[in-house]
Ligand binder design. Structure first.
Ligand code: URA
Length: 230
């Protein structure tokens, strides 16, 4: 990441302010003054402004539009990870609040605020998650009631919690769940003899995937989005 971006993200300086500060010799990287703000900064570099370390801001919160083929992990030996799409200092401190399968696209939240992500992922909080699903076969009308009643999934001791199924077209639906079992949407449709061809997460709680984000892009959450997770 460029020095001007790194500093402006964690201070209240604009990029132009950062440039002026750098020219005035107020910015050092690993102890050396740096006047060129296009200089590339590594995650481990120590940046100081007027002798004070910058780069330890409050918690960070991002939404990402996850493309196909990326894994929701911080490291993987075979596949690219969602962190490869993030260009932030100390990005390895971020974690994923609710993973998606490698072949699922859409909304992923990343943060370094453990309590906030716990409120999304903890089974006790019942945070709603909404998915668009494209199915191999026609969705039977009685699937709505079956999702509402809860389904028995292979090797599980409890029925799934009531889920909302909205049939959009013959083989397209919107599903809202408030739990997060392994491959849950795919397994729920499999329990009805159907197969998910495409799955895309649209919403987590009140946070809706921003339509402006093309696949692979991310942005910071707004203060309203952050405080909507209670
Ligand atoms: N349910 C699934 O089956 N896969 C996901 O990625 C998310 C929910």
């Amino acid at each position: 990441m460029r020095l001007d971006k790194a500093v402006s993200q964690v201070t209240d300086l604009s990029r132009a302010d950062v440039k002026r500060a750098a020219r005035a010799g107020r910015i050092t990287v690993n102890g050396e003054p740096v006047s060129d703000t296009s200089t590339k900064i590594a995650e481990t570099d120590e940046i100081c402004l007027d002798g004070e370390t910058v780069g330890e801001p409050g918690p960070r919160y991002f939404m990402l539009n996850k493309p196909l083929g990326y894994v929701c992990a911080t490291k993987d030996s075979e596949h690219p990870t969602v962190l490869d799409l993030i260009d932030e200092p100390n990005k390895h401190q971020l974690h994923i609040a609710g993973r998606l399968d490698i072949d699922t696209t859409g909304l992923v939240l990343l943060t370094d605020d453990g309590q906030w992500s716990h409120r999304i992922t903890s089974p006790r909080h019942h945070c709603d998650k909404t998915y668009y699903a494209h199915l191999a076969d026609r969705i039977e009308e009685d699937a709505v009631a079956k999702f509402e009643k809860g389904l028995w999934l292979d090797s599980e001791k409890k029925r799934t919690r009531p889920a909302r199924l909205e049939i959009l077209f013959a083989n397209e639906a919107r599903v809202t769940l408030n739990e997060g079992r392994y491959h849950q949407v795919k397994r729920m449709f499999a329990a009805l003899g159907n197969r998910v061809l495409e799955l895309h997460r649209e919403r987590i709680g009140d946070i809706v995937l921003d339509e402006e984000l093309v696949e692979g892009d991310y942005r910071s959450l707004t203060p309203e989005e952050i405080s909507s997770v209670k």
